[in-house]
Design a protein around this ligand. Structure first.
Ligand SMILES: Nc1ncnc2c1ncn2[C@@H]1O[C@H](COP(=O)(O)OS(=O)(=O)O)[C@@H](OP(=O)(O)O)[C@H]1O
Ligand SMILES: Nc1ncnc2c1ncn2[C@@H]1O[C@H](COP(=O)(O)OP(=O)(O)O)[C@@H](O)[C@H]1O
Length: 207
């Protein structure tokens, strides 16, 4: 799928109400928290825990979860590399709109290819893209296997499964890395707390 524009003779339309106006209304700054990691690493769990925590603090957020987007916006896409790239590109564009609306947009997708994540980062001012790496070992994700997909992949019944026979490229310069401590995975609440602290320290939770 091409990312080149096919539209010609189009002109950007400026709205009288801008992002600063919306941010003032919401008393927060729009940004994208992009959670990446293997299937089963805890992306959705963290995203929803973070969503709850922000809501309880009176902050407006919205979760774009890979699994959910594949039920609608991205339901025409599969898992071959070009489909994953298009999946991430579309999600990045939607996340950018949410951030422009003034929301804290939480995107939780495997997003296995570094170049695709960097493309999304490049859509926003750098500081407004907060990449969170769920650095959980494959063995842990596979042991969890809540959907039974690793089992199917190991049996050769799913081809091109991330971490098994399709690559996962870890971030090199992410803003937040979450991993096991002394062999124990921090609770979702603890992990969400780390992200909230980051957002607070960077001034996203006020205007
Ligand atoms: N081949 C293959 N590889 C990886 N994952 C697979 C595959 N087939 C189906 N699934 C399930 O698809 C869920 C959503 O994937 P994503 O949209 O996040 O994937 S991607 O970012 O486009 O790579 C993903 O959800 P999570 O387990 O929540 O990560 C998987 O359950
Ligand atoms: N911090 C955690 N500690 C213990 N179990 C977790 C944690 N986060 C997620 N899990 C469990 O791991 C499994 C996979 O989590 P999920 O959020 O669905 O991962 P992903 O979205 O990356 O596929 C689920 O059964 C979930 O309950």
């Amino acid at each position: 799928m091409s990312t080149l524009s096919n539209s010609t003779n189009i002109f950007w339309q400026e709205c009288q109400v801008g992002k600063p106006d919306r941010q003032k209304l919401l008393n927060q700054k729009g940004c994208v928290v992009w959670i990446t990691g293997l299937s089963g690493s805890g992306k959705s769990t963290l995203a929803f825990s973070l969503g709850r925590e922000l809501h309880s603090r009176g902050k407006l957020s919205y979760v774009l979860d890979g699994d959910n987007l594949r039920h609608g916006l991205n339901k025409d896409l599969g898992f071959k590399p070009e489909d994953r790239t298009e999946n991430i590109r579309r999600t990045g564009e939607v996340a950018k709109l949410f951030a422009d609306a003034g929301l804290i947009c939480v995107a939780s997708l495997i997003s296995p290819y570094r170049r695709d994540r960097d493309t999304c980062r490049a859509m926003l001012p750098d500081a407004n893209f907060i990449e969170v790496f769920m650095n959980m070992p494959l063995e842990l994700c596979e042991a969890r296997d809540p959907k039974g997909l690793y089992k199917l992949a190991r049996a050769g019944k799913i081809k091109g499964f991330t971490g098994i026979d399709d690559p996962y490229e870890p971030p090199v310069n992410c803003e937040i890395e979450l991993k096991q401590e002394n062999g124990i995975c921090p609770t979702p609440t603890l992990m969400a707390g780390k992200v909230v602290t980051y957002l607070e320290e960077k001034g996203f939770l006020e205007f």
